[in-house]
Design a protein around this ligand. Sequence first.
Ligand code: ADE
Length: 354
Amino acid sequence: MNYHVLTLFPEMIEQGLHTSILGRAMEKGIIGLEAVDIRDYTEDRHRKADDYPYGGGAGMVMQAEPVFRACESVQSRIKGKRARVIYATPQGRVFDQALAEELAKEEDLILLCGHYEGIDERVLEEVVTDYVSIGDYVLTGGELPAMVMIDAVSRLVPGVLSNEVSAEFETFHDNLLEYPQYSRPEVWRGKPVPRVLLCGDHDRIEDWRREQSILRTRIRRPDLYGQYQKNREAERKAPSKKRLRLVLAEKPILADESWAQEFRRLVSESGLELVLVSEDTPDRFRRVLEEKKCRRQEILVFAASAESVLAAREDKLRTIYFPMDSREQEPEGLIYYRKISDLLEGMAVLRRLV
Ligand code: ADE
């Protein structure tokens, strides 16, 4: 993902986004960021990019031509189709997770930041594809909104978050808030950690967390909860095509007979089909996918080795990585997989996806 931010204050963007997770993603080249100084596209000797508004009124308006030229210069450098141009404005569609997910699919995004009293309407009509607000309040410029959007979109870009917390497996899906988290010490100022979190039973922990997410959403965000209920109702009436249909497990995963039995039971109770994969050709998963006429989203792979994770990744399949050799080196820089240390944990993930 490449962001191109058109702004009068490039240093604000450059300084604001180079730390922590996004900084690391930029170093790794997973995301690219350029702050384009609109003043570089003025023809004025003093690099003036604003002027008084026609019809009078307070403040200054950013002029059309420098904005247009800055934008066209970026578009001409982008290969392939023209990029979406997002104008940060309180008059736009309110930014939310669904829009973040939509934008994360793009290769390039141009973010246009206004200042003062706004930008000459004529250039907006020419270049802007999306008017987006980050909330119902007015800020002094579009730079903070652009940074908010870049942050929210970037964490959905494959490889930005660490493997363990690939956004695909996050609990914050279907409109639920995150469950509460706890860390050491076990008792803090007389307040103990909920006991269930110490029990080591992944299924129970997943269930508890799910319950907490639901309760919390109902109390704190009745609006989201209403949406969650609506979605569930719709799902019951017309199961989504995204629903899991097929589990592909490599044979060694089910080598332990007692666990294998549990696993098979869960798969069949959930109305899923289980296919055991025994060969190790690079296209082994794709072949099943084609044979079963499934969509990628309907499949979950249980991979027994790093090589298998890579093969599944090649086919863009969601993958649970259960290394048979615990000393095996994890595939570097890879996402779209969730590592587990026992089949119980895998079953908890599965339960959550069905
Ligand atoms: N520019 C000023 N205020 C804004 C907001 N709330 N959202 C997006 N852009 C803005």
